[in-house]
Every structure is written in C-alpha cells, then in structure tokens.
Design a protein around this ligand. Structure first.
Ligand SMILES: C[S@@+](CC[C@H](N)C(=O)[O-])C[C@H]1O[C@@H](n2cnc3c(N)ncnc32)[C@H](O)[C@@H]1O
Length: 226
C-alpha cells in the first residue's frame, strides 16, 4: 500500500491524508478531529469509562494511521487520570514527512510535560513504552490478520480503511477475531455502519448498537461482548 498521499483540509480545520488511488481518506472530510473525538473518544473510551470507573483500560487500535486517535487517547489518559495500555497496529506506517504535513500540533495546547504529536509520532515501534504512569504505548507494524495477543482487551477501535478498499477485513472471520480479543464487557467501536458488518458482529456473538454518526455520517456501530 505504498500509494501517493495528499494532504486535505477537512471541514473542522484539521487536516487528513487522502489516497486518490483508493478513493479513501484517513478521516472524514467533514472533520478529522471531530470524527475521531466523536466516535472513538466519546462513543468508545468515555462509554467504557462510565461503566468501569477507576479501572485501567486495555485498548487495541486497528489502523494507527496518522496517530491522531492514539494521541487523543494519550491526552485523555493524562486529563482523566485513567490508566491505559494502548496497542496500535499498522502495517503501513506513514513517513515522518507525511506525518508532519498534518501539522496536528496546531490543534492542541499542551504543557511542557506533554509530548507533542510530532514527538509522539517518533516513538519507537515494536517497543512497549511507559510514556506516562497512566499511559503505556505499543505500536506494532503488522496486519490485523496476523496480529496475535496473549492479553485480552477492553476496547477495540476498528479504524482500518473502509470496506470498499478492503472488503475481506470487514468480514465475519475478522469480527470473530475482534470478539475473541475482547474481555467479557469489552467494547468494539467503528465509523463503519454497513449492514453486512453489523450482521457479522451479531453472528459472532456481539450485542450491536447503531448510533447516530459524526457530522456527515448518518450512523456508526458500537458492539459489546456479553
Ligand atoms: C482510516 S485510516 C486510520 C486512521 C487512524 N486511526 C488515524 O487516527 O489516523 C486506516 C488505517 O488502517 C491501516 N490498515 C490497512 N489495512 C490494515 C490491516 N489489514 N490491519 C491493520 N491496519 C490496516 C491503513 O494503513 C491506515 O493507516
């Protein structure tokens, strides 16, 4: 997937990357930051926190991409003092030049003891890093299909490219893998609202909710492992 990427300004003033060859962007053109916060922070992490107060959260992000969601989670860990063990997987990491084009550091006011997005993006891959007492990060260069784990997760952010780019990854086999990677009570959340994905999630045992989507998107999916 070594495609040419171009930088695009989205409607909320944050940038994303677009791959014309795949007709796909890393985030919604209606707002990269708004979409990431809405789906993964509000309907993912905050939802989990409400039901698991004071507990440490093990998160798996499928599709690290620009690192925006990982970085938002890092800031949130510090702000809410929620412990997080965050594993992000990505088979095709961006180059530092591509990452810097996004200029995400313009979006955040951070204090001296916080990492900028630029520094966060330079953290080593394949190494478990306790970057805060509340936040442990492990970035792995691997396809979800090949990923193995000895631990179970509380939360999965399923943020690979859409089904029109990679239909196989949204099939029942990989929804079952998601199910098996979660603890009981664990939450799977995604921008995707496709009926076939919802049915696959139900088929493998999830309780699935259709939620109102972020700006520009009617619906999104959240699934809970009973
Ligand atoms: C929608 S973008 C991710 C956006 C990202 N979460 C962010 O905050 O920037 C999708 C990402 O999934 C990655 N991806 C593609 N196929 C994958 C696979 N089989 N397993 C894991 N990640 C994959 C892509 O390389 C891309 O970086």
């Amino acid at each position: 997937m070594n495609h040419e990427k171009k930088i695009v300004l989205t409607k909320d003033g944050s940038y994303t990357l677009r791959i014309d060859a795949l007709k796909e962007s890393y985030h919604s053109l209606h707002g990269a930051l708004t979409e990431s916060e809405f789906i993964y922070l509000n309907h993912g992490l905050h939802f989990w926190q409400e039901n698991n107060q004071g507990k440490r959260c093990r998160i798996l992000e499928i599709g690290y991409g620009t690192g925006l969601i990982s970085y938002l989670s890092y800031l949130e860990a510090q702000k809410s003092q929620t412990g997080m063990d965050y594993t992000a997987i990505e088979p095709y990491p961006l180059t530092s030049e591509e990452s810097e084009l996004l200029n995400y550091d313009n979006l955040f006011e951070i204090s001296k003891n916080q990492l900028s997005h630029k520094d966060f993006s330079k953290l080593l891959w394949e190494k478990s890093l306790a970057i805060l007492p509340e936040f442990n990060l492990l970035k792995k260069k691997i396809l979800f299909e090949h990923f193995k784990s000895t631990i179970l997760f509380d939360l999965i952010f399923f943020d690979a490219f859409g089904a029109h780019v990679q239909p196989d990854l949204w099939g029942t086999e990989w929804m079952r893998k998601s199910f098996n990677l979660l603890r009981s009570g664990g939450v799977w959340v995604s921008f995707c609202a496709k009926g076939s994905v919802r049915r696959s999630l139900q088929e493998v045992g999830f309780e699935v909710e259709r939620l109102e989507g972020p700006p520009g998107k009617r619906e999104m999916l959240r699934a809970i492992k009973p």
